[in-house]
Ligand binder design. Structure first.
Ligand code: NAP
Length: 451
């Protein structure tokens, strides 16, 4: 190899950090720069993982160790597409790895979806986790009935946050504004609605089981909903369906038990939202009844024509995430991901030299945090195979990028500056009796970073 390989990663979430780890593990002395739009790193581990799941935030310790490796440089508060383009990044690095995630909600495309009181779960999650983009969102928690559409782990996160008492949440790193709003919550009924059956619900069993032990929850599942069709029975019987079997066992327990908590938490199946109605705000939702059609593991929800109306004052869409396109990067609009194969970004003319993707922007919003390690590993394997061809001439790397950003007046937060923000958050948390009190405005973070 003729020059030090200089790689820049766009996005400081799990995909980005596992890509950095894999690049260092190559043992080739790679210089790794990492850019994030926010001053704070760690992506969804900081602003997606629910505050009552501190163990899921443990990977931050690994990411911190990666960030302290010689050859790593962090560029926080830098937005690719605004402050610097992908093309410019390619000019000063041998490779660019896009790991900027999938922050957008996919939407339902039904009438009434934009009424006040109808929200993307992504907004609620960002709001209670103190993400600056969602700092000023408002959720009317004085409403008694909530419908959550979608049966994945995000739906359970939303339900749990609504079910927890504030005394419990006060001990977590939840945003202070969310704590204040939740203290006034009058929610008495939560419906978690799936368009397919209990065998197709995407919950992980640990999270599904957790709902039932919350003191506030009176979990309700109709025994009739647990009568599976033959194709679902086949799905449940498969040797690989370990999580599914556990889920069905938990649903069966919920169907038998009589809860005592003050908040009824229903799991409704085979229903799709058709319309959200209300006079100037969400007051009801029409749910269309479905049946399942298709082969095992490929069953689709098909409308039966029957429908019912459910009263609700607050509605969350927890139906998955999608990514945004970046100028000059081939994008699959339907899936909301960058066009790539094994991590190599592909244009109509074939693989784009030096451009790669990993994490949710590569494969879509699937899997748990650890899934990103294998995903980024695959991408770095492709990059490593291409490296001899890429590293023909020296590139300016981190030094050139820093100069370019400085010339444009971008206030870049480096890793030591992030550590100052981190220390201040932890100090504020100590006073409040919780792990940290997050800054929820970028200006406040910059105030500490550049003090
Ligand atoms: P998800 O797991 O993909 O679940 C999305 C749900 O929305 C599914 O039930 C899906 O039903 C439903 N859905 C999609 N389009 C719909 C539509 N048009 N109408 C009605 N329902 C629709 O997505 P997620 O909950 O956003 O989670 C994203 C990823 O993050 C997942 O991999 C999840 O496990 C992970 N995550 C993990 C944790 C954790 O480990 N604690 C916490 C949060 C998130 P179909 O199955 O029919 O498509």
């Amino acid at each position: 190899m003729t020059a030090v390989p200089r790689v820049v990663i766009v996005g400081a979430g799990p995909g980005g950090f596992y890509a950095a780890e894999a690049l260092f593990d190559l043992g080739l002395g790679v210089e790794v720069s990492m850019i994030d739009r926010l001053p704070s790193p760690f992506g969804l581990v900081r602003s997606g993982v629910a505050p009552d799941h501190p163990n899921l935030k443990k990977p931050i310790e690994t990411y911190d160790a990666i960030a302290r490796q010689p050859g790593f440089r962090y560029f926080g508060n830098v937005e690719v597409g605004r402050d610097v383009s992908v093309d410019e990044l390619l000019q000063v690095h041998h490779a660019v790895v896009l790991c900027y995630g999938a922050p957008r909600d996919t939407g339902l495309g039904i009438p009434g979806e934009t009424l006040p009181g109808s929200h993307a779960a992504t907004e609620f999650v960002g709001w209670y986790n103190g993400h600056p983009d969602y700092r000023d969102c408002h959720f009317d928690l004085t409403q008694e009935s909530v419908v959550i559409v979608g049966q994945g782990n995000v739906a359970l996160d939303v339900a749990r946050i609504l079910l927890h008492g504030v005394d419990e949440l006060r001990k977590t790193d939840i945003a202070e504004h969310a704590l204040d709003a939740l203290a006034a919550s009058r929610v008495r009924e939560i419906r978690i609605v799936g368009r397919r059956g209990p065998a197709q619900a995407k919950f992980t069993s640990r999270e599904l089981g957790e709902i039932g032990v919350l003191p506030a929850a009176d979990v309700r599942v109709s025994p009739a909903d647990l009568m599976l069709n033959p194709a679902s029975r086949e799905e449940a019987a498969a040797r690989t369906s370990v999580n599914l079997k556990k889920n069905l066992g938990i649903f069966a327990r919920y169907a038998l038990s009589v809860g005592s908590g003050p908040v009824a938490c229903y799991f409704n199946f085979l229903e799709s939202p058709l319309e959200i109605g209300g006079d100037g705000r969400v007051e009801r939702i029409t749910l269309g009844k479905n049946r399942l059609e298709g082969e095992p593991f490929a069953q689709r929800a098909v409308a039966t024509g029957a429908a019912r109306e459910v009263g609700c004052g607050l509605m969350f869409r927890a139906v998955g995430y999608r990514g945004d396109a970046l100028p000059g990067v081939p994008f699959d609009e339907r899936r909301g991901v960058v066009h790539c194969e094994s991590g190599r970004v592909i244009s109509d003319a074939g693989p784009m030299s030096g451009l790669y993707a990993a994490g949710w922007i590569k494969r879509g919003a699937t899997g748990i945090i650890g899934t990103n390690r294998a995903c980024s590993g695959e991408t770095v394997e492709a990059l490593a195979a291409d490296l001899p061809g890429l590293v023909q001439a020296p590139r300016g790397g981190a030094v050139a990028l820093a100069g370019l950003l400085e010339g444009r007046g971008v206030r870049t937060v480096d890793y030591p500056a992030w550590l100052r923000i981190d220390a201040e958050e932890v100090r504020r948390g100590r006073i409040a009796g919780c792990p940290r009190r997050k800054f929820t405005r970028v200006d406040d973070m910059l105030g500490v970073a550049f003090a």
